[in-house]
Design a protein around this ligand. Structure first.
Ligand code: FAD
Length: 600
């Protein structure tokens, strides 16, 4: 049976020592987030997830969701009861706005809970996770009436929400959507069309589901400029808030898929369903992007979450499984073999895993803080800076975070040898569940293009210059601590490679956009390495100071320094190769005709 324990100590380190959340106490919503409050939430969230949600992961994967003869959908055994406890504990309301019944805490706290949930049980976590995006879209673009009608129950978790973009012929290119919205005399619309791959499309967790659906009104432009967004509830909500008749939306089938079996991925049929427009006509994509940006950060965090739980299980096995002897002589001569953690190759995978997981946790929670500062920063300049940084790094958190999450999950499966391939041990589930995060919410190649093709050039490159300034400032101080100085030097070098690659794009992408397309993916990876390096440098500085000040938990801080060195000596080294790959341009990538790709 796989294990999971929420990493509360490391979370507290990031929130209290790295982000210094308490120091933002002058900002709205942060004043109540004192350390005693956030520490208590972290520990209690960890306990809830460990005891209630994690035990349903393997069984939920085996059982999956069921569509019954009457078209209703049920989740795996135990999900409904666990979700009720999640609602009763108000876990979904941590960072939700107080105006709709939320607790109004910083986003960092909501994100911490989401991450624990996703490690413990990604399929389960996706039910409330999808609703969060829907809440953001209604909050920012919905009319006051829509906000009053839907948000309180969505925030409390009594109703959940979905995102309906994808159609059979239309995934990345949303301009192709065919779902139609016919205006009705009463101001509503009749929505007709088929959506596929809809996560949490139907289930038995809540009495109502609020679908957000992209559709086109009559005469709308054919491109993505013609898309509008609609609220389509499963049950129509009467003016008094009570549930009325069942709407014309049904589940055609549940997709059979590689992982996240406990989440109902549905084909949704809209058959003249009653819908209400959110925001302006033809501006649906902008509204949808509000959901998608929130969701992309959430998906990046899923990469971290699967790496985290896989790492915990890889480590447990490496300590327990005995095969062979340490290269330097038996570590436990009284036993017939040493635990496999003695082997440098096993340690390589564990160190890669730990360095990614802890670095990525810091990056994700730092990103969540930027989301808050975008809205709540003290000055316009603070808000602008936070917005620039999180806009730039959202595709990196999503793309690099999920690529690495998958890599760590397969490395941890590798540590289990053949037993990792046997389903009852659960390691294959982490690999299967991690895989989807690289695909949905925009495949990672599309994230790379969002970064290199769109975000880099915005406002004359202001965002990437801010990132460079941040890193340069962090590297400018010299340190007497060897590890800190090593990480600083390497980060400076890696950032130099990224600056050179950025300049190369500026000089070579305009004349030939394929140069940008061919280099976008390695550029995203390079940006990911720089971003984690920034986190490791900050963490190394904190750890070094803590040890110098005689911290009680010395082993914890020493491990931080070792991971920082591991990043500097074994991850930062990839940067030069990535730059050279970018600078190779598109010549070989585009060299063949479509026919020549066939292997004769
Ligand atoms: C389990 C699961 C859950 C999902 N949940 C939802 C959901 O809740 N709501 C929803 O609306 N959708 C959902 N999706 C759909 C998902 O978001 C899409 O599958 C994804 O966006 C890619 O679209 P596609 O599958 O049509 O691939 P395509 O768009 O056909 O792309 C195929 C490949 O081509 C590449 N590609 C395409 N266009 C470009 C480009 N411009 N530049 C570079 N590369 C490109 C992509 O990288 C991709 O690898 C889900 C999918 C799955 C499998």
């Amino acid at each position: 049976m796989p294990v999971y324990t929420a990493p509360t100590r490391d979370t507290r380190f990031v929130i209290n020592e790295l982000l210094k959340l308490e120091s933002y106490g002058n900002l709205p919503g942060f004043e109540t987030a004192t350390q005693d409050v956030t520490d208590a939430i972290i520990e209690e969230a960890g306990r809830f997830v460990n005891e209630v949600v994690a035990p349903l992961n393997l069984s939920g994967d085996k059982e999956g969701c069921t569509r019954h003869a009457d078209g209703s959908v049920t989740t795996p055994a135990g999900f409904k009861e666990a979700y009720k406890q999640y609602i009763d504990g108000a876990w979904g309301t941590l960072a939700a706005p107080e105006a709709y019944g939320g607790q109004g805490l910083p986003h960092v706290m909501g994100f911490t809970m989401e991450c624990y949930l996703a490690s413990a049980n990604q399929a389960f976590a996706m039910y409330p996770g999808l609703a969060n995006g829907a809440i953001s879209a209604i909050r920012e673009k919905g009319s006051p009436e829509q906000q009053a009608m839907y948000l309180p129950k969505m925030v409390s978790g009594e109703w959940l929400g979905t995102m309906n973009l994808t159609e059979p012929h239309c995934g990345t290119d949303l301009g192709l959507i065919r779902t139609r919205a016919e205006p009705k005399a009463d101001g509503s619309y009749a929505i007709t069309g088929t959506k596929i791959f809809i996560s949490a499309g139907d289930h038995d967790l809540t009495e109502n589901i609020i679908h957000l659906v992209l559709a086109k009104t009559p005469g709308a432009p054919e491109s993505s400029k013609g898309i509008s967004l609609f609220i389509v509830p499963k049950f129509i909500v009467n003016a008094d808030g009570a549930l009325g008749e069942k709407n014309g939306v049904s589940v055609g089938s549940i997709e059979e898929k590689m992982g996240i079996h406990g989440n109902a991925t549905c084909v949704m049929n809209y058959d003249g369903a009653k819908g209400w427009m959110v925001g302006e006509e033809h501006k649906g994509l902008a509204a949808m992007f509000i959901m998608m940006n929130a969701a992309r950060l959430g998906v990046g965090m899923q990469g971290l979450a699967q790496a985290e739980v896989a790492y915990q299980n890889g480590l447990a096995y490496a300590l327990d499984r005995r095969q062979g002897r340490a290269l330097t002589g038996p570590a436990e001569p009284q036993e017939r073999a040493d635990p496999i953690i003695v082997h440098p190759d096993v340690r390589r995978m564990l160190m890669d895993g730990k360095t990614f997981v802890e670095g990525m946790r810091a990056l994700c929670l730092w990103g969540a803080l930027q989301v808050d500062l975008t809205h709540k920063g003290a000055t316009e300049a603070d808000r602008q800076e936070a917005d620039d940084l999180i806009s730039l790094l959202t595709p990196v958190i999503k793309g690099y975070g999920t690529d690495m999450g998958y890599k760590v999950a397969t490395d941890m499966q590798q540590i289990w040898g053949g037993h990792g391939y046997i389903a009852e041990n659960g390691m294959d589930q982490f690999v299967r569940d991690a895989r989807i995060a690289m695909i949905y919410e925009g495949a990672n190649g599309v994230q790379a293009m969002d970064l290199a093709g769109r975000k880099l050039a915005l406002n004359g490159g202001r965002a990437v210059q801010r990132l460079f300034a941040l890193v340069d400032g962090e590297c400018a101080e010299t340190s007497a601590d060897e590890t800190v100085q090593l990480v600083s030097d390497r980060l400076s070098k890696v950032t130099g490679e990224m600056k050179a690659a950025t300049m190369w794009f500026m000089q070579n992408a305009m004349a030939n956009p394929n140069n940008l397309g061919a280099g976008a993916y390695p550029y995203m990876t390079l940006t990911g390495i720089v971003s984690l390096g920034l986190m490791w440098l900050r963490m190394a500085k904190i750890a070094s100071a803590a040890i110098a000040n005689g911290a009680e938990d010395k082993a914890f801080y020493e491990a931080k320094l070792a991971c920082a060195r591991h990043w500097a000596t074994r991850h930062a080294t990839e940067a030069g190769a990535l730059r050279r790959e970018i600078e190779a341009g598109s010549e070989t990538v585009m060299a063949l005709s479509a026919d020549q790709f066939a292997i004769a």
